[in-house]
Ligand binder design. Structure first.
Ligand code: NZQ
Ligand code: ZN
Length: 387
């Protein structure tokens, strides 16, 4: 078993009406920066509820945080937080709102431009990060339970992660808040949860306990995503997805496993950087092609374990079971209504070379340590196969 460190300081407050705990978690603070996206929180009534529950606080708002959140919003948020002397951030939304709020939380006490923290996360002063809490509205990224965020800079066509002690101190998780998530975003979020699991699970060596957690994560999404899409207000299905989302990216699925380079995420972030596509939809296209690229005699037992324990495929050799499991994966994404090619999302091969060079330069994971080691030619092979 590989050594690991796991630090999960976030209090998860899960269940219907868990927002009633908001006054308690905000008790130590008077001045709040409330961050949100394009308006879905107003449509579903969370905005009014937050205002009602925090009527005795001074609230400054940063709205309009876009999917694939842009660094400009962080610049605006830092300005507002300083001007109004905010003491805490309350992010209400999906991964984009929470991620952008994490950058603000790190940048308020930083003298330079927020983008410099993304370029070099070692500049984040963990002692000075502003406290952050959130109310999650979309089950997908796991940002509500992890220490990182992903930020886009359209001026440089880059989308990169920021790391630090950026974990929210509390996350309110009410599955009913996800009833209004569209079928497409539900599908994309589900593909994202599965991809987080694959990134940790499909590595050179696993261990019994964490392999089992990963397999249960995958079975959970495979069972519940189609239900949530068909019956958007099915509480149990939404709750199962929300619970799984939080565990997907927090590190627990990597405990004791061989290190992972998170290659599908590295490649997908490059595509989103240039084209602003939805993260989970990009992963649904890239992942099966990465799997096919990675399958060989040496890696077949790992994929076959996935086939047996997740899809219940028992007939055939390791390589046959592995191959069927990969087909099942792409069929599943398609059945959720997700694209199977990048062209369907308007992505062309124009920037593939730049994407491959960039990811190899900036990515935190070493692509050479992937299940099947990847170099620039390998990345281009996957991108071209995905087209
Ligand atoms: O802007 P609003 O109006 O809120 O609408 C959003 C947005 O249009 C909408 N939405 C959210 N909750 C809703 C809702 N619509 C109706 N009802 C609700 N309850 O959904 C759209 C997408 O929202 P977004 O926050 O962008 O989605 P998601 O949660 O999938 O976040 C994606 C971002 O997170 C990053 C991705 O790269 C991407 O930028 N990631 C963050 C990670 C992390 N922090 O650990 C890891 C992930 O791998 C990922 O890279
Ligand atoms: Zn992801």
């Amino acid at each position: 078993m590989y050594p690991f460190e796991l630090y999960l300081p976030t209090k998860l407050i899960f269940g219907k009406d868990s927002i009633e705990k908001l006054p308690e978690i905000m008790k130590p603070y008077k001045r709040i920066l409330l961050t949100y996206g394009g308006g879905s929180i107003k449509k579903i009534g969370i905005y009014d509820k937050v205002k009602e529950l925090l009527a005795d606080k001074e609230i400054t708002e940063l709205s309009g945080i876009a999917p694939n959140p842009k660094v400009d919003s962080a610049r605006e948020g830092v300005k507002l937080a300083r001007e109004h002397k905010c003491e805490v951030i309350l992010a209400v939304g999906g991964g984009s709102v929470i991620d952008l709020s994490k950058l603000i939380s790190a940048a308020v006490a930083y003298d330079g431009d927020p983008w410099e923290l993304v370029q070099d996360p070692s500049r984040v002063d963990n002692e000075k990060v502003m406290p952050l809490a959130d109310i999650l509205t979309l089950a997908a990224t796991g940002s509500e339970y992890d220490n990182s965020g992903v930020i886009s800079n359209p001026a440089t066509d880059e989308k990169m992660p920021i790391f630090g002690e950026l974990n929210p101190f509390a996350s309110i998780l009410d599955p009913t808040y996800t009833f209004s998530v569209s079928a497409f975003q539900t599908a994309a979020g589900s593909a994202d949860i599965m991809s987080h699991t694959f990134e940790s699970y499909l590595v050179k060596e696993g261990c019994t306990l964490t392999d089992g957690l990963c397999e249960a994560m995958l079975r959970t999404v495979i069972k519940n995503a189609p239900i949530a899409i068909k019956e958007p207000d099915n509480y149990e299905a939404r709750a199962e997805l929300m619970q799984a989302a939080s565990f997907g990216c927090c590190g627990i699925l990597a405990d004791g496993m061989a290190p992972s380079a998170w290659v599908c995420h590295g490649i997908e972030h490059e595509i989103s950087a240039y084209t602003d596509i939805t993260h989970g939809a990009g992963l649904a296209v890239i992942t099966p092609h990465w799997m096919r690229y990675s399958l060989n005699a040496e890696t077949a037992p790992r994929f076959a374990q996935y086939g047996r324990n997740v899809w219940g495929i028992h007939e055939g050799s390791d390589i046959e079971i592995a191959s069927k499991a990969i087909d099942k994966t792409s069929e599943f994404f398609k059945s959720l209504g997700l694209p199977s090619t990048l062209s369907e999302m308007g992505v062309s091969a124009e920037h593939f070379e730049d994407m491959a060079d960039h990811v190899l330069k900036i990515w935190f994971g070493d692509f050479k340590t992937a299940l099947r080691p990847l170099d620039k030619a390998g990345i281009l092979e996957i991108l071209n196969a995905s087209l």
